[in-house]
Design a protein around this ligand. Structure first.
Ligand SMILES: Cc1cc2nc3c(=O)[nH]c(=O)nc-3n(C[C@H](O)[C@H](O)[C@H](O)COP(=O)(O)OP(=O)(O)OC[C@H]3O[C@@H](n4cnc5c(N)ncnc54)[C@H](O)[C@@H]3O)c2cc1C
Ligand code: HEM
Ligand SMILES: Cc1cc2nc3c(=O)[nH]c(=O)nc-3n(C[C@H](O)[C@H](O)[C@H](O)COP(=O)(O)O)c2cc1C
Length: 1036
């Protein structure tokens, strides 16, 4: 008996139409695949669609003796435009065979080789255009679409769209996108519905006519002015089937032309865009690819087949993002039984879903990772049959593959040879735009010319000098240049960099601020290079990844004078300050000269104080021997506030909407208020289970009012901030002090030692001054740092301190974004996330009032319908449920650390409901009391469903003894061992200090017990396991 194919619940008459979004058809199928697995059925009205995605099934249906291409769904509608052109023709149609025979030679090796000069012609236009865009934002897809459209038109029909010479893309592209989108939508409607939509239908056929007219004009022009170029058009006009002598009709030529224009440029520009995205996201691969092209002075036709690494990059890109995301087949026989016992019929459309085939864990190791190396040294050649199918199947596979490959190798090689690349928004996560093909949406880069580094640097300096000459207050003509480079995810290092730059003129320097990645290959020799950067799980910040990879490539950097300040947090014991230290070492190895010893700021200690002291030392060192050592001066206190945009740690924030904000737990003596928020993501954003949401908050109104009161300002007092150097404040236009205080600065950071000293100097009352001086010295740690006293706290205690408002602003760091684990799964809703928030509102350690956490209270106070600046951020690559749903998971959380795991379990529950096999999931959850046993009802339901086994302990429950998750883990050590042996993945989430550290110690103990080894060996084993089986996410 055959096995039933899983299918989502059908709706009367329309079947599963509502289960897919026609504008995100492929993403809908991918989501359904995650729910239903390797095969599922959908019914659209009367049509049956079977979606297959595992290698085993796809390998079976790719057997051409049993299956053939089916012209169905959107492709069938596309026949309205493409008729019986190669792509939309049925295999049985005579014109398919005829055109196939005539055109195959046009894509043979020599023919493609002959197209190289035309390809180079268009690629050079792109390079020239990017040279002109040096340092400016470039919309990658837009530019590459211009390139591929112009290339296919020039190579095939000797026609020039001249896309690089117009600001708007050619009208052909708009009409083509409209036709593709509408064909997709039409395939989701009944034909009667389509007929009734008179206006849309008329518009659709007008757009098709526009496409046809262009093709007809080109043919007409060629017939009137014949030439002997061996391009596709001439082959179509003059070519004959050698056996029958038949030729293509003019109508069919028009269809073929349209087919080539459409099929030949969308897919390739997608491939190129995705390739650049992955290279940028994986700087080591970028380094390797760049090193490969650097071996050749010039990119010639014969260079291309030597570019093995770039070839692997393109293959790996198409594995992860097959730009034609699937193809449709049908059985040649009435009934066929697929592996697994599923029976299908001849009429069924079989959709081969490439995204999932290319991630089948049975074939691909670390399927989500971009690893071009897997395609090298026989890796590609030894892949099982039909494991990599971006170009389709058999005789109906892509005829243009060699064309696309040559064009892509050439374009990537030229881009890497000419430019260093950088994300405009380093936290950009892939968003997909879908027509018939897929492309990255909103992907923007900046490029810097590699050949002309010297010239452009000089140009920059000149421009800056001009600006400075115009500046009113400071005569900066005699300032010396300084380059400040930062790596920063959440904004503190960027804020330090900007502070340093804004003070530099006081010490005789004119500083520029930019990301570390922007300095790849262009570290200046004629000025001090100051680096301020952090580490994340021992890895570089998003905008420093390329820089680190660059240093690892061992460049020669003699003559570079540098100083580094590292931001870190001591909770990351093993990787504390790892990246700043690493950069320091690499720069030294490369021949750089240290101006000053590495400075260390601990975000869990006197973070700002450490930076202040290091900054003072830096300027002292720089002025040594210049006779200007002691000019810290009055100027430093007389503030001049400065220019440019608000600092969000380089993240592009969009607007989301609050759909719900409810209390999960009402605060009591032992538990804070905990809230559950539902947020509609900004348009176009989506997420993976385990990702974060970055939030840009506003300061609590209570604190803003305290500041206004201390400085005797009204809420609507308007100020204008003027400056001669860069800053995160908005400058030149009037803005209210209320807006500045709410949205631009951190108000509750502990005051630094240096700042205490400054306040002491400004005290008019001698007694207060004395007290403050003591506070800045031996009492600093106990009375200030440990109590986290802010500048405001101190000012309120010492009223005689005459600090001006401008000076106060100057002392404040810029407001940071905060991150929150997403506590839902996209399988529940791909456009909406939930957050689980501890609202921080406790008596301040300073003893002055309450400590009101900025972001948690901001979120806590939002109402339904409120707008919120936010952006999805991908989490650590391993902090997601495994691709193979059968792998067991052990989830360990305390408090709101449950957040990501609610998403993990929700995902497995959804998969279970849809009939998928899921491995055991055990949740170890530490709560204080029954009150903060978050999401208990839901978890209980999911546990009854079999999606999770709950192991919950309480540390403050009056009726039971005090117990923590590690106690339970130890008790369950035999089960933990079994789960480990069955391939389980382990995840911990919560505070680093509390749950992170104690769970780790417990695991070491368990390993000691199982292996009968000492602690050192057990720690080593745990470290090895942590490479891919144990992931920790902490909320410090
Ligand atoms: C990857 C990641 C995921 C996260 N996920 C979540 C999540 O799902 N849910 C969640 O609730 N949080 C989560 N967090 C934590 C979150 O980002 C914020 O750090 C937290 O909400 C506090 O931010 P805040 O702006 O409200 O507080 P802030 O204004 O930043 O105040 C916090 C600071 O105040 C200090 N402080 C604490 N108590 C006092 C006191 N009594 N007196 C003086 N100072 C004090 C702390 O040491 C800390 O430095 C996550 C963090 C990370 C890094
Ligand atoms: C990276 C770039 C490309 C990708 C990923 C790609 C992918 C594909 C796929 C998957 C198919 C099979 C579709 C199906 O079975 O329904 C296909 C067919 C086709 N492609 Fe491509 N393609 C690319 C570039 C090109 C180029 C540059 C051209 C033209 C110069 C082209 C022309 C065609 C044609 C004409 C067909 C239909 C072939 C037939 O059925 O006889 N493609 N392509
Ligand atoms: C998820 C996460 C991981 C971190 N990993 C490390 C680390 O490995 N080593 C370290 O010294 N600090 C680590 N930190 C602390 C940050 O480096 C520190 O907060 C720094 O100030 C951040 O700088 P930024 O705001 O400029 O991004 C980590 C912080 C977070 C949130």
């Amino acid at each position: 008996m055959s096995k039933p194919i899983p299918q989502p619940q059908e709706t009367f008459l329309i079947g599963n139409v509502k289960d897919v979004d026609p504008d995100f058809f492929v993403e809908s199928l991918q989501r359904l695949q995650e729910l239903y697995g390797e095969i599922f059925r959908l019914t659209f009205f009367k049509d049956n669609v079977i979606v297959v995605s595992s290698h085993e099934l796809i390998n079976f249906v790719c057997d051409e003796s049993k299956f053939d291409k089916k012209v169905a769904a959107a492709i069938s509608e596309l026949r309205n435009a493409g008729g019986d052109g190669l792509f939309t023709a049925h295999t049985s149609e005579p014109n398919w065979k005829l055109a196939h025979k005539i055109l195959m030679p046009a894509f043979g090796p020599q023919a493609i080789r002959d197209m190289f000069p035309s390809m180079m012609d268009i690629a050079s236009q792109l390079i020239l255009r990017w040279e002109r865009f040096h340092g400016e934002e470039i919309d990658v897809c837009d530019n590459l679409t211009r390139l591929t459209l112009d290339t296919i038109a020039l190579c095939s029909f000797n026609y020039r769209f001249n896309s690089f010479y117009h600001s708007k893309m050619h009208r052909f592209v708009e009409a083509m996108i409209n036709v593709l989108m509408e064909s997709g939508r039409r395939s989701q409607r009944l034909s009667l519905q389509n007929t009734l939509m008179v206006t849309t239908t008329r518009w659709y056929y007008n757009e098709i006519a526009h496409l046809h007219n262009l093709c007809d004009e080109i043919v007409k022009e060629r017939r009137e002015n014949p030439n002997d170029v061996k391009d596709l058009l001439n082959r179509m006009i003059h070519g004959k089937d050698p056996d029958s002598g038949y030729q293509l009709s003019d109508e069919n030529i028009r269809y073929q032309m349209l087919t080539f224009l459409v099929a030949g440029h969308e897919t390739t520009s997608g491939l190129l865009s995705f390739a650049l995205y992955y290279l940028l996201k994986n700087p080591h691969t970028l380094q390797k690819a760049q090193a490969e092209v650097d071996q050749y002075d010039e990119i010639k036709i014969d260079t291309l087949n030597k570019l093995k690494y770039i070839d692997a990059v393109l293959k790996e890109t198409l594995r992860l993002q097959p730009t034609a995301p699937g193809f449709i087949l049908q059985s040649k026989e009435d009934r066929v039984v697929l592996p697994g016992g599923y029976e299908i019929r001849k009429d069924d459309s079989i959709i081969v879903l490439l995204h999932k085939l290319h991630r089948d864990p049975k074939i691909w190791d670390q399927p989500e990772e971009f690893i071009p190396e897997r395609m090298l040294n026989g890796g590609y050649e030894n892949l099982p049959a039909n494991a990599w199918k971006p170009f389709g199947n058999g005789q109906r596979g892509c005829i243009g593959r060699p064309f696309a490959w040559q064009e892509s190798l050439l374009t990537i090689a030229l881009i890497l040879k000419h430019f260093n690349l950088e994300f405009v928004d380093p936290s950009y996560n892939l968003r997909i735009k879908q027509t018939l093909t897929i492309k990255p949406e909103g992907f923007k880069i900046r490029v810097r010319s590699r050949q002309q580094i010297d010239i452009s640097l000089r140009k920059d300096v000149k421009q800056l000098e001009n600006t400075f000459e115009k500046a009113k207050s400071n005569d900066t003509r005699n300032l010396r240049p300084m380059a400040i480079l930062f790596g920063s995810n959440s904004g503190s290092c960027q804020s330090f960099a900007e502070t340093l730059a804004s003070e530099a003129p006081l010490y005789g320097y004119n500083a520029t601020v930019s990301t570390l990645d922007s300095a790849v290959g262009s570290l200046p020799l004629d000025q001090p290079v100051i680096i301020i950067t952090a580490s994340y799980e021992g890895k570089p910040c998003e905008n420093a990844k390329q820089f680190v990879a660059y240093l690892e490539s061992k460049p020669k950097l003699e003559g570079v004078n540098y100083g580094i300040f590292g931001a870190g947090h001591h909770d990351w014991v093993k990787t504390y300050q790892k990246i700043p230290l690493y950069i320091d070492q690499l720069l030294e190895n490369a021949g750089g000269q240290r101006i000053i010893e590495l400075g260390e700021g601990d975000a869990g200690g006197d973070f700002y104080g450490a930076f202040e002291s290091w900054k003072e030392n830096l300027f002292q060192m720089l002025r040594k021997g210049t006779g200007e050592e002691n000019v810290i001066s009055e100027e430093k206190l007389s503030i001049e506030v400065v220019n440019s945009k608000r600092n969000f740690g380089q993240i592009t924030m969009d607007i989301g909407f609050v759909l719900e904000n409810k209390i999960l737990v009402q605060a009591n003596e032992i538990v804070p208020t905990i809230r559950h928020l539902e947020i509609k993501l900004p348009k176009g954003q989506t997420y993976h289970t385990g990702d974060y949401l970055a939030i840009l908050p506003s300061n609590p109104i209570e604190i803003v009012y305290r500041v206004l009161k201390r400085f005797n300002l009204a809420t609507d007092t308007q100020i204008r901030i003027l400056s001669s150097t860069s800053t995160f404040f908005p400058t030149n236009n009037p803005i209210s002090v209320f807006d500045i205080l709410s949205g631009y600065v951190e108000l509750s950071q502990p005051i630094s030692k240096k700042q205490v000293e400054i306040l002491a100097i400004l005290c008019k009352n001698e007694k207060e001054q004395e007290q403050l001086l003591r506070l800045g010295e031996n009492l600093y740690e106990t009375e200030v740092l440990n109590k986290r006293a802010s500048i405001l706290d101190v000012l309120e205690l010492y009223p005689s301190c005459e600090l001006s408002f401008a000076q106060y602003l100057r002392m404040l760091p810029s407001l940071r974004v905060r991150q929150y684990s997403i506590s839902s799964t996209p399988l529940w809703n791909a456009e909406v996330v939930t957050l689980t928030i501890d609202i921080l509102n406790t008596p301040a350690l300073s003893g002055v009032g309450q400590h009101i956490g900025v972001a948690s209270n901001y979120l806590g106070n939002l109402k339904e319908g409120d707008r919120i600046s936010c952006a999805v951020r991908t989490s650590n690559a391993r902090f997601h449920p495994p691709e193979d749903t059968k792998i067991p998971m052990v989830l360990i959380a305390a408090g709101t650390g449950i957040a990501p795991f609610r998403g993990f379990i929700q995902e497995r529950a959804a998969q279970l409901v849809c009939g998928r096999k899921v491995g055991p999931t055990v949740l170890y959850y530490g709560c204080r009391s029954q009150d903060d046993n978050l999401y208990f009802d839901e978890l209980d339901q999911w546990s009854k469903l079999g999606a999770v086994k709950l192991r919950i302990v309480f540390s403050r429950q009056a009726t039971s003894e005090k117990r923590y998750v590690q106690d339970l883990l130890w008790e369950d050590r035999d089960e933990i061992k079994n789960l480990y042996c069955n391939g389980a993945r382990f995840y911990t989430c919560g505070s680093a200090r509390k749950v992170g550290a104690s769970v780790k110690t417990c695991f070491i103990k368990i390993i000691q017990d199982v292996k009968q080894c000492d602690e050192e060996e057990a720690s080593k084993i745990l470290e090895e396991i942590s490479q891919d089986r144990y992931s920790v996410d902490v909320f410090t």
